[in-house]
Design a protein around this ligand. Structure first.
Ligand SMILES: Nc1nc2c(ncn2[C@@H]2O[C@H](COP(=O)(O)OP(=O)(O)O)[C@@H](O)[C@H]2O)c(=O)[nH]1
Ligand SMILES: [Mg+2]
Length: 209
């Protein structure tokens, strides 16, 4: 554990990463936390975690990230995964247009299962593979605007915009907290890792950001 991780933090933000299989979710997480890139696509069953403390506007913010770790293949992500998350990275692969077409579906999942305060960023990953691009920058930008999402194109390989994606989201969450005076990340609202089958608010549709 580094000294930075041990330092006291002002807020803890839990993020989730969603998107089709192999768009680079786990690589984005690894690049953010460890500044590393892995070439192999690893399928892990369950949920993977990553965390790092960053400084945003003078505040120490511990970002804890949950990764779907392969469950996206079976569309079996449980509601527990979404509960208590205040940030969401919606990832598609700029070299596979179908992954972009599925963003709507992921957005609906977040709206149906996530908190109404969740702040979402749309991410077009694999920006380094420009010669294989199937999704134009403008397409991503337009979808983000329509749904009130932040937007960035990233490369988990070259690290371009990876830190920024987490930073920009944290900044927006912090802004929201400052504006409303309500801290939606207060410990009582955070979800512990338990099987939670309650049906409260199930049918309620929620807005993203
Ligand atoms: N060129 C390139 N390859 C990437 C990038 N991000 C991920 N990959 C590759 O895409 C594959 C899937 O990545 P992974 O993070 O496991 O995807 P996940 O299923 O969404 O978690 C792996 O082979 C990675 O090496 C990127 O930004 N650029
Ligand atoms: Mg993965």
């Amino acid at each position: 554990m580094t000294s930075k991780e041990l330092s006291i933090y002002d807020y803890m933000f839990r993020y989730i990463i969603v998107g089709d299989m192999a768009v680079g979710k786990s690589c984005l997480l690894l690049q953010f936390t460890d500044h590393k890139f892995r070439h192999q696509h690893e399928l892990t069953i369950g949920v993977e975690f990553g965390g790092k403390t960053i400084e945003v506007k003078g505040k120490n913010i511990k970002i804890q990230i949950w990764d779907t770790a392969g469950q996206e293949a079976f569309q079996a992500i449980t509601r527990t995964y979404y509960k208590g998350a205040i940030g969401a990275l919606l990832v598609y692969d700029i070299t596979r247009h179908e992954t972009f077409e599925h963003i709507d579906r992921w957005l609906n999942e977040i709206k149906a299962n996530g908190s109404k305060d969740i702040c979402c960023i749309l991410i077009g990953n694999k920006k380094d593979l420009e010669d294989q691009r199937q999704v134009k920058f403008e397409e991503g930008e337009k979808l983000a605007k329509e749904n009130n999402l932040l937007f960035l194109e990233t490369s988990a390989k070259s690290a371009e915009n990876v830190q920024e994606a987490f930073m920009q989201t944290a900044e927006k969450i912090l802004e929201q907290i400052t504006k409303t005076g309500v801290d939606p990340t207060a410990p009582s609202k955070n979800v512990k890792i338990t099987i939670d089958e309650d049906e409260e608010e199930k049918s309620e549709k929620k807005k993203c950001c």
